[in-house]
Design a protein around this ligand. Structure first.
Ligand SMILES: CC(=O)SCCNC(=O)CCNC(=O)[C@H](O)C(C)(C)COP(=O)(O)OP(=O)(O)OC[C@H]1O[C@@H](n2cnc3c(N)ncnc32)[C@H](O)[C@@H]1OP(=O)(O)O
Ligand SMILES: CC(=O)C(=O)O
Length: 537
């Protein structure tokens, strides 16, 4: 049962949007909010209406277009200006006009900020808090106060930092979130300060934590605050936010639920959501923010449960829990075996199992395959990002030979420029091969030699294997590898191909780009045809 007294408060759309490189449109925000709701957060801070025009628009449209099941929308703003009245402050008025049922106001709690940034007196700042919260409560809003720079302020003048929090509660704030705005705190410091404050505000007051990650401790600081008595956690999906970001709310909720045994995400019976959707939602939001997912992100990253070392794999074969802190399925992620020069027989056996081959009874195949992988990697291949090439190697060892869909007689690629500087060069490739009982000679053109070879190969084979018409090369990566073992530099090419449903990666290595590319291209074609169940013709 979810703890109804505990708040999970998401600020991806406000503090997350303060990250360098993120620029969310209203449509992006309207698409992200339902994902957060599905996750089961209790509050979605949508932005600062009145200050940011897009946010004003977001709240207007959200009221009409969003149908949130779990979360309430919160509008973010600040306390009124010094020497004015909240009722007359247009910034505060805009928060009410947003029609959000929850309003969160940032308030100064560090006396240095009061005097130097706000340029007012400590008493006036307390009056600003009281007046703003009282006004918003009178307008029927639930109020959260973000006590900005609370921990830094506490170190300078603890009595004043406490007074700011007490003023907020006395005026009717439902929650005061203690902000580590500069993100430099350590968990012990957070714990000590929260325990002190708890003694002053009493057991009923709801304290929250808003941590930034400048010391790399945002998630740990949030958990420390919870253990010291905070019942409201703020954070952002994927840890987006100013500078080094905010506490990654996904890690926070996973740790609370899985490690501290506190179910905090709201769940609707029969509707997908909650922790099991964590990975999907993290990646869906990455798409919308246009920030590539971080592979090493705890719980949800592609590498979070990927195992490379042979010794790890040999223990995992006995029991996956021996090298995993939790079951990846609980957060919607998967365990993956990586095949590389660090693989042992156990890694290869587990990878084979993932690909649908039971090699447990074939120690000779395992030994040969492990040897070939290590040998190939020493020569520049990398299989951890080229599952399809690894599978072809495996098939070759298991079945004694590679599937032969075609036999290559020769290939050639030339690049030429007909004209002076500025005229684009074009490439032409010729492929001669045998397939479907005939000798085929095909020519392809392209904007570069690899593109031309791809066209020539595809054209040569299309008549015999029309299934190739669905394949498309979608990514191409080249790396020049330095002197290896005293030999000359070699080129490694990784390509990714799709048939519209599945995508697969292959690797090629050679003394030059074109040879390496040809190997990756032919592997890709062979794997694709095999995957489609096509028999050699
Ligand atoms: C810790 C955080 O991340 S809080 C969130 C911060 N987010 C943002 O700043 C994004 C949106 N901000 C904005 O669009 C603009 O900064 C605005 C509209 C809020 C203000 O713009 P401007 O009026 O041009 O002021 P400017 O940004 O230069 O300065 C901020 C003003 O707010 C005041 N201020 C700062 N904190 C507070 C506070 N907690 N309560 C009241 N006033 C505050 C400053 O003293 C300054 O006042 P001044 O104009 O009298 O000097
Ligand atoms: C309010 C806020 O975002 C901060 O203090 O970091």
């Amino acid at each position: 049962m979810t703890d109804p007294t505990f708040h999970v408060y998401d600020t991806t759309l406000r503090d997350g949007a303060q990250q360098e490189g993120i620029n969310l449109s209203v449509a992006d925000k309207l698409a992200i909010a339902p994902l957060l709701d599905e996750l089961g957060v209790g509050f979605i801070e949508g932005g600062w209406p009145g200050a940011v025009p897009k946010d004003t628009e977001f709240f207007k449209r959200a009221a009409k277009e969003l149908d949130l099941r779990n979360a309430e929308l919160a509008a973010f703003g600040a306390t009124r200006k010094p020497g004015t009245r909240a009722v007359d402050d247009p910034q505060v008025r805009a928060l009410v006009d947003s029609e959000a049922s929850v309003v969160t106001v940032v308030a100064k709690s560090d006396v240095r900020h009061v005097e130097r940034a706000l340029r007012t007196t400590p008493d006036e700042n307390l009056a600003m808090i009281t007046d703003t919260v009282t006004f918003l409560r009178r307008e029927g809003r639930r109020v959260v106060v973000d006590a900005e720079h609370f921990f830094d302020g506490f170190a300078v003048d603890a009595a004043y930092a406490r007074a700011a929090v007490l003023a907020a509660f006395e005026a009717g704030a439902e929650v005061v979130a203690l902000c580590d705005t500069n993100g430099g705190m350590l968990p012990d410091q957070v714990r000590e300060v929260v325990l002190d404050l708890r003694a002053h505000v009493g057991p009923a007051a709801v304290l929250g934590m808003h941590a930034h990650n400048d010391s790399g401790c945002a998630v740990a600081n949030t958990l420390a605050a919870v253990e010291a008595g905070c019942a409201h956690v703020q954070g952002t999906v994927n840890g987006y936010g100013e500078r080094t970001g905010n506490a990654d709310l996904l890690s926070v909720v996973a740790n609370l639920e899985l490690k501290l045994g506190r179910p905090v995400l709201a769940r609707t019976e029969g509707v997908p959501g909650g922790l099991a959707e964590l990975t999907r939602i993290a990646h869906a939001i990455s798409e919308l923010t246009n920030i590539s997912p971080f592979a090493r992100q705890p719980y949800v990253g592609a590498s979070a449960f990927a195992h490379k070392a042979g010794l790890h794999a040999s223990a995992i074969k006995v029991d996956p829990d021996l090298y995993q802190h939790t079951d990846p399925g609980l957060v919607g992620n998967d365990m993956r075996m990586l095949v590389s020069d660090m693989a042992g027989r156990a890694s290869i056996e587990l990878k084979g199992r993932q690909l649908g081959y039971d090699l447990a009874e074939h120690p000779d195949v395992l030994a040969r395959l492990t040897h070939r992988v290590k040998d190939s990697e020493a020569n520049g291949y990398t299989f951890e990002a080229a599952d399809a090439s690894f599978e072809l190697l495996l098939v070759e060892e298991v079945e004694g030979r590679r599937p032969t869909y075609f036999r290559v007689e020769s290939w050639r690629a030339i690049v030429e420029r007909n004209g002076g500087r500025g005229t684009p060069a074009t490439a032409e490739a010729t492929v001669k091969l045998h397939a479907g009982g005939e000798r085929i000679v095909s020519t392809g053109e392209g904007n570069g030699p690899v593109n031309a070879l791809d066209h020539a190969l595809r054209q040569a084979l299309l008549r015999v294997y029309p299934e190739l018409g669905e394949f498309e090369l979608i990514d191409f990566k080249v790396r020049i590898l330095d002197q290896m073992h005293g030999t000359d530099a070699v080129t490694r090419v990784l390509i990714e191909t799709t048939d519209g449903e599945t995508s697969w990666s292959t690797v090629g290595v050679g003394p030059n780009l074109i040879e390496a590319s040809w190997e990756a291209l032919t592997d890709s074609t062979i794997w694709g045809l095999r995957h489609h169940g096509v028999a050699p013709r």
